[in-house]
Design a protein around this ligand. Structure first.
Ligand code: PMP
Length: 418
């Protein structure tokens, strides 16, 4: 049997032996004592991993990140509400599309790919739109996985407070891998999915909701959200499990709940801050490796580059004026004609799966490598990834040479093993 490819896309991710062990058991029932304990413990651990207030409510629901986004939208926003969306790529565009679908009137503040709008321009957009009435909420993606751009949530959360808006952050590629202090920043919703930096298999929508946001949902007039999306439907279930009682609204993915408890225990036994520092160290080492290989980051500045994934632009090789065939194949005069999906396919032939770009207009130019969860403490797997990327580039005529590859691999020496 061929060796399994190493999964280095920005979710789903490789999982630890402990999480895999917890997951790989015959499914417990939703009333089994072990399941009740794992569920209750997970909710308690989520509050700590999110650095959330004791009055906040964690939710564990079968689904994914998109479900968690829809839950935030449908519980907090009513048709006709005005909502501000800070956009930094595909997933913040998705948030805006969901809000419009719910009938909200959105003010969307965007930036060029690889950038994020400055807080000042968000503030100005609000000021110039204020005459139209108050805003209900601010929505943003902490890390937009399409661009690898990380925003700074703290000043945006502060702005939301000043303006009396709820603050909602999509932390799907952030939670467990990037600093996020929910209580200190007074954030209302921080949501994620299991298959990212928390290091679990896909299948869970996870979010922590502030008491203020729960009150907004509870006092809302008009038609309630669809039943599966409604925090009011799920709250008694979450409360019961936290009190170590079984409950039922819709069957939870019980093996995933066991994996969640194991994954969060793993994070807490290291310490949340230490785990995030580990992501930062791996992210920075990989950025040095990519630079040695001649790859440029899509994020415009180092401080915008997420620690959980790298969005990498292929080197643009100028076409020789005499090379008419290459020029004919090229999209513009600075491009050799090697497209990113072809590079991703060659990297896969070297045993590592990375991801193509998600931004349609740049998809020929860049690809993405995930580095979140368990792999950030596995320098051997990170080396395998860098070596496969180097080999794939080289196959496509974009190699940087043996000395550059040696430097790229050496950059990973700072990564500490679990
Ligand atoms: N938001 C972000 C930032 C994401 O990266 C993703 C998934 N890549 C989602 C939302 C959607 O999550 P899911 O695919 O689990 O629905």
């Amino acid at each position: 049997m061929a060796e399994r490819s190493l999964l280095m896309v920005p979710g789903p991710v490789e999982i630890s032996p402990r999480v895999l062990g917890a997951f790989s058991t015959p499914p417990p029932g939703h009333t089994a004592p072990a399941l009740i304990e794992a569920f209750g413990e997970s909710l308690e651990r989520m509050r700590r991993v999110w650095a959330a207030d004791p009055t906040s409510q964690p939710f564990v629901v079968g689904g994914g990140g998109t479900l968690a986004m829809d839950m935030a939208v449908y519980n907090l926003v009513s048709p006709g509400d005005r909502v501000l969306v800070v956009k930094s790529g595909f997933f913040s565009d998705r948030l805006a599309a969901m809000l419009r679908r719910q009938g909200a009137s959105t003010i969307e503040v965007g930036a060029e790919p690889g950038e994020t709008p400055a807080v000042e321009s968000v503030r100005e957009a609000l000021a110039s739109a204020r005459a139209g009435g108050p805003f209900t909420a601010l929505f943003a993606a902490h890390v937009d996985t399409s661009t690898g751009v990380r925003i700074d949530p703290e000043p945006l959360a502060r702005l939301a407070r000043e303006e009396g808006m709820l603050a909602v952050f999509d932390g799907v590629s952030g939670a467990g891998g990037e600093v996020f202090n929910m209580a200190e920043w007074d954030v209302d919703v921080y949501l994620t999915a299991s298959q990212k930096a928390l290091g679990l298999p896909p299948g869970l929508a996870l979010m922590v909701v502030s008491a203020r946001a729960l009150a907004v949902r509870a006092s809302r007039s008009g038609p309630p959200p669809p039943m599966y999306l409604d925090w009011e439907t799920w709250r008694p279930v979450q409360r019961a499990y936290e009190e170590r009682r079984a409950s039922y609204f819709s069957t939870p993915p019980t093996n995933l709940v066991l994996a969640l408890a194991a994954g969060l225990a793993e994070i807490e036994s290291e310490g949340v801050a230490a785990r995030i520092t580990r992501h930062a160290r791996a992210g920075s080492a990989l950025r040095s490796a990519w630079s040695a290989l001649g790859l440029r980051l899509l994020p415009a500045r180092e401080d915008l580059a997420a620690n959980t994934l790298s969005a990498l632009c292929l080197p643009a090789v100028p076409i020789q004026p005499t090379d008419s065939r290459a020029r004919a194949e090229s999209r513009d005069r600075h491009w050799v004609g090697v497209e990113a999906p072809a590079v991703v396919a060659r990297i896969a032939e070297h045993g590592v799966t990375v991801a193509t770009g998600l931004l349609a207009k740049l998809s020929s130019r860049y690809f993405r490598v995930g580095h979140m969860g368990w792999v950030v403490g596995r320098p051997d797997l990170l080396r395998r990834t860098v070596a496969a990327v180097a080999a794939g580039l080289s196959d496509c005529g974009l190699g940087a040479g043996a000395e550059a590859e040696r430097r790229a691999l050496a950059a990973l020496d700072v990564v500490q093993e679990w």
